[in-house]
Design a protein around this ligand. Sequence first.
Ligand code: ADP
Length: 632
Amino acid sequence: MTFPFGPMDGDDQRQHSSASQTWRSGTGNRVAQLRYMALLWLSGCALLALVTWVCFKIGFNEVATECVYLIIIVLLSLLDSFLTSVFLSLVAIACLDFFFIKPIFSLDMQLKEDLPGLVSFLISSLVITALVRHVRRIVRVRHEQAELLDLTFDTVIVRDMNGVIKYWNRGAEELYGWKRGDATGKVIHSFLHTRFPMALSEITDTLVRTGRWEGELVHTKRDGIEVVVSSRWALQRNHSGQPKATLETGNDISARKRAEEMLRQSHATYLAEAQKLSRTGSFGWNVSSGEVSWSEETLRIFGYDAGVHPTVELLFERMHPDDAARVRQAIDLAASTGQDFDLEHRLMMPDGTVSHLRVVAHATTDEAARLQFVGAIMDVTEAKQAEQKLHETQSELARVTRLTTLGELSASIAHEIGQPLAAIVTNGEACVRWLDHPAPQPDEVRACVTQMIAEGRRASEIVHHIRSLAKKNVRQKIPLQLNDVINDVVSLTQHEVLSHHVLLCLKLARGLPPLLGDRVQLQQVVLNLVMNGIQAMDGISDRPRALRIESHEDSEANVVVAVQDSGAGISPEHADLLFDAFFSTKPNGMGMGLSICRSIIEAHEGRMEASNNIQHGATFQCILPAITAGGT
Ligand code: ADP
């Protein structure tokens, strides 16, 4: 790089005297060029003749005349090419020899010592004219380059390594309001009150190391107004490689910066407003650096004041103690596998209030290919409370419905069976009376007993009738996939699983054969087993509450669903009673669940089994015949 104040390489082909430029660029005509040269040469000869005559008359010696010739040759050579210098130098030598070197008026030379003098004159003349032309060329090129630098709208400033301004273009004059004369010689950074984006020493290090630096600087103009300048610095070194100067080009980006800032502010305002409305905060977490960033709304959700420096530990400080281990486990897993995560947990604020959050995070990598998560945190407390309320209402409704149904059922059974029982009792009493009679009446007794048998049969028929009514209630069976039934139940029980902090594990076999069944009834069965499993783990706190639902096909063409929990298991004394109606060990249990399950499964020609696991908990299985190629 060559700066306009430094040495530069001339381009001989491009450089001409102003006169030659006139004819070259004016006509480009060879004839005009020759005419100009002939005129110049003639004028030169005439001038030399005149000078010779004057010097001869005055009586100048050879050396004085040589000096005058030199001046004329140098001046004339400025008007044209090197050839003119050579021609005029030769003419001057001829004149010197003829008029000033003995014998006079002859081109002969009396003393051989005069020859070196003439040769030195020729060489000096040629060298001086060449040098003068070269210097003129340099000055002109520099001037042209400086003019070019003034054409640009950018600021171009050159300063030495002490920051002293050496060059200041028109762009700089216009931007900063200082004229070239005002700025040159000043120390740039104090002159413009420069504010740097980083330490100046760091910038200088980069400049010296790489030869370049670019960044945004804030300068103060002559009128005191600050401007943001996009500045590019380039280092010039001297021949020994030492830093010599810095070329600083820049352009005013204040307007763009203001527009960007306004845009950013309005974006930030909209985003903050939208986050506030949707109660959704955002966060970023760089796993390797541990750096965390969060939005205002996240800050609000976690109940921290604005300006608090975000860290992962701060987030955990507000975590509900019962959820902390689970969340940490999920986050550690995501950090080690680089997988997205989606989890729900609670926060416990210092005043004891509990809120529910849903956290969804997406794994990405930063510019250095380091793992980071970008995510959203939704405050779902209201939704949770509404869901909880709905759930409670549903449970209450179900309980009331069950009680009502049971009440009605009991009333109707009591009514239906009450009559024959009353008749049996009445007939029994009559029977006793007849037997106590002083003269027993066997016929009467027989009649009563016959009546009692008839009433007993009637009661039995009523029971049979109720059972057959229940059987008739079996809905239409269709071919269905056991896994679909299980998946239905899984989505129905999500709330229970989460609220009871149960780890649900599904292991469903692929390609199971279909079975013939009533989807709703089978859902009821699986639902009941899942709910029993969840309830059986309620008191467990020393181990994970793990519920595993598995499906497979056994060797006898049955499809099997097994629900395994890690609860307390089945006490041996209860093992035979589990499926009995009204058997329950729960304070509010009705004891109808497993009995209904068994009825449904048996109505599907299947069977139910229950057993304790080797370590903890119990497993309940439903074994149902699959539809085989040749029928069920
Ligand atoms: P309820 O749930 O109303 O008690 P169920 O018929 O569904 O009625 O269950 C009967 C009983 O079987 C329960 O009270 C409980 O003692 C026992 N039981 C059911 N499932 C499990 C299980 N997964 N682990 C241990 N015991 C169970």
